[in-house]
Design a protein around this ligand. Sequence first.
Ligand SMILES: Nc1ncnc2c1ncn2[C@@H]1O[C@H](COP(=O)(O)OP(=O)(O)O)[C@@H](O)[C@H]1O
Ligand SMILES: [Mg+2]
Length: 276
Amino acid sequence: MPTPTEAAGTQPSPAASSSADTPVIEFVDVEKRFGDNVVLKDLNFQVARGERVTLIGPSGSGKTTILRLVMTLEELSGGYIYIDGQPLTHEQRGGKRVPVSKKQQKALRTRIGMVFQQFNLFPNMTVLENITEAPIHVLGQTKAQAVQKAHSLLEQVGLPDKADAHPTSLSGGQQQRVAIARALAMDPEILLLDEVTSALDPEVVGDVLNILREVADTTNVTMLIVTHEMGFARDVSHKVMMFDGGRVVEEGHPEQIFTNPSHERTKKFLGAVLGH
Ligand SMILES: Nc1ncnc2c1ncn2[C@@H]1O[C@H](COP(=O)(O)OP(=O)(O)O)[C@@H](O)[C@H]1O
Ligand SMILES: [Mg+2]
């Protein structure tokens, strides 16, 4: 008689394909077009578990599109995206590129959280409802569980007394902190941050970045970050990828990219952003 473990070993489940060294995010020959505009072409990269990668590059270089593809907010035009080794939108079957089931997509999608430049809170819901909506309706948590977690997250982002407020009564910095709490409420494996401080008054940018630094320091969440805050990028990321025209110009350790970039395009971009 085989032991249960041996028996399970003879029929690998899909999850068995995901091991410690399976990338959490993998782009394979990704292409994205908007009409005739080819925004991403033959894009290949991997993000390891717990890795924090910052995407930099000029406006229009495709950074937001990359995050929105991972979030399944945009349709892929070609290629494949894998989350923990599992196809997110399309897979190869019998030599053909076919869509994955909605069920699989939805399951993978619950592991991913995103914070947007413009907060995107639900205006008709209170702060508490914003944070508990998905844990209750997507993860199936009880209301009590979700509410308890929401209060602890509001504490963490420095808004313990705003649970019953409506987003419109909050400042931009406060709304963005709620948006971060909302994303964290799903316990995401992957957190996507798209210029989360670009719409904020300068004096509150530091508070929001400190909350994210703490998330980086205290969790193993994999992060894909788009930011113009180069100090933050340098502190929290393991890797920086410089994009231009939907292609990776260069990538490397933040120290190398920021102090000794190899490419003229990167030097020019950083010169403009850092103001020298
Ligand atoms: N919904 C859309 N419809 C048409 N074109 C789009 C859309 N979203 C982005 N684009 C185009 O894709 C390119 C990359 O945009 P984006 O990913 O937003 O760049 P970035 O975030 O680096 O500024 C730009 O040329 C932009 O005009
Ligand atoms: Mg963008």
